[in-house]
Design a protein around this ligand. Structure first.
Ligand SMILES: C[S@@+](CC[C@H](N)C(=O)[O-])C[C@H]1O[C@@H](n2cnc3c(N)ncnc32)[C@H](O)[C@@H]1O
Length: 365
């Protein structure tokens, strides 16, 4: 649910002694902004409403804590949570700082002088909808390389998530960026460690029956130059992003190609000649039957890719004889509805196996 703008948030945060109004001004001197600068510093990225940070910080006065979130409307709730926890404990919040900051630009406010011993990342946005968005994940190698600048050698990252894809990818991300995963679980609550504090999102996903996945990673040597790490990560994402589609409800691919390939949100369907997959023969010898079979094959392949004819954006029709265009078009119109996909139709010198028609398409989900 989208949270409303809260006009009172900024003034209240500005008046709060443990809220850093201008985090960039503290770059290089964060330790000195605490009452006990010699203590280790821990950081929570994306602290949200502060349920985790407030309980952790009040329980460990011997550690200084930094909580970061991107938006004041969430941070104000963290501020109030911290106030409540410390008041209940009869203590002053002198070992915690919160701030609004875009973690993707954390280098603006933290550098190697601001040595952090541990980073917590709890239920960050999984950025799963589009492959190109994965770089915004707070555990993406691009981000992990940024944290390395201020995370101590041997420093730890504690990461929790509900999301299976993000967790599976993070198990690759950490080693890529020179972190050793020293502990992991696919169900944190099955044998819940006594150090665990459940966050707001953890509570919500647990009530929905979704297990919390968690890992602890330790900063080790960088395995390669940062630019090389990012380039390798991009290559791997491109490779993993390409998925071959197979269905028995369309003619099998009989060469070095796939019935279709799904790359991100786009599905590329190979040219379909009018073979009936049940018999391995042409469905008929006239253009009407053949067009129907080619389009049925396409429809079945799209279904196997989790899409339908309504997802098709571009079609190419190859005809053995352009004089068949009208009859092909009649059948074609029965498979598509408005807004119709873009289309090109050609007469080819010859089609495989003497087919009268071959149709390929591109679909977007
Ligand atoms: C799904 S919530 C999780 C909140 C909390 N950690 C929990 O487990 O309940 C993710 C939080 O990360 C914050 N966030 C996402 N991207 C961020 C960024 N680039 N910089 C700072 N905060 C970010 C969001 O504003 C949000 O509060």
């Amino acid at each position: 649910m989208r949270m409303r703008f809260k006009p009172y948030a900024r003034p209240e945060l500005n008046a709060c002694p443990f809220s850093a109004s201008d985090p960039i001004a503290h770059k290089g001197s964060w330790h000195h902004s605490f009452a006990r600068p010699a203590q280790p510093m821990y950081m929570e990225l994306g602290c949200g409403k502060g349920g985790f940070l407030s309980r952790l910080a009040v329980a460990h006065p011997d550690i200084n804590y930094v909580g970061i979130d991107i938006t004041d409307k969430v941070l104000i709730l963290a501020k109030r949570n911290i106030d409540r926890q410390y008041e209940a404990a009869g203590r002053t919040p002198d070992n915690v700082k919160i701030m609004s900051l875009d973690i993707e630009r954390i280098y603006n406010a933290f550098d190697r002088r601001d040595t952090v011993q541990r980073i917590y990342i709890n239920f960050c946005n999984p950025w799963n909808k589009k492959a190109g968005h994965k770089k915004h994940r707070l555990t993406h190698p691009k981000q992990l390389l940024l944290y390395r600048d201020f995370l101590a050698d041997g420093g730890e990252v504690y990461f929790k998530t509900d999301d299976d894809d993000l967790f599976a990818d993070s198990l690759r991300y950490f080693p890529m960026a020179g972190f050793e995963i020293v502990w992991k679980t696919f169900d944190l609550h099955q044998d819940e460690p006594d150090w665990n504090i459940r966050t707001e999102h953890e509570q919500m996903f647990t009530e929905m029956g979704i297990p919390t996945k968690a890992l602890i990673a330790v900063k080790r040597e960088l395995p390669a130059a940062p630019a090389e790490i990012i380039a390798n990560c991009k290559k791997e994402e491109t490779r993993m992003n390409k998925q071959a589609i197979h269905t028995p409800n369309a003619p099998a691919a009989i060469g070095p190609y796939s019935q279709a390939v799904k790359a991100g949100d786009t599905i590329y369907v190979s040219g379909q000649i009018p073979i009936d997959p049940a018999t391995g023969e042409f469905a008929g010898s006239d253009i009407v039957t053949q067009t129907r079979q080619s389009l049925t094959n396409i429809s079945n392949i799209l279904k196997a890719a989790g899409a339908g004819m309504e997802n098709v954006v571009k079609v190419t029709v190859l005809l053995n004889d352009i004089a068949d265009f009208g009859a092909m078009n009649e059948v074609y119109g029965q498979f598509f509805a408005e807004p119709y996909p873009a289309r090109a139709a050609f007469q080819a010198a010859a089609l495989p196996k003497g087919a009268l028609v071959e149709i390929e398409c591109v679909a977007v989900v």
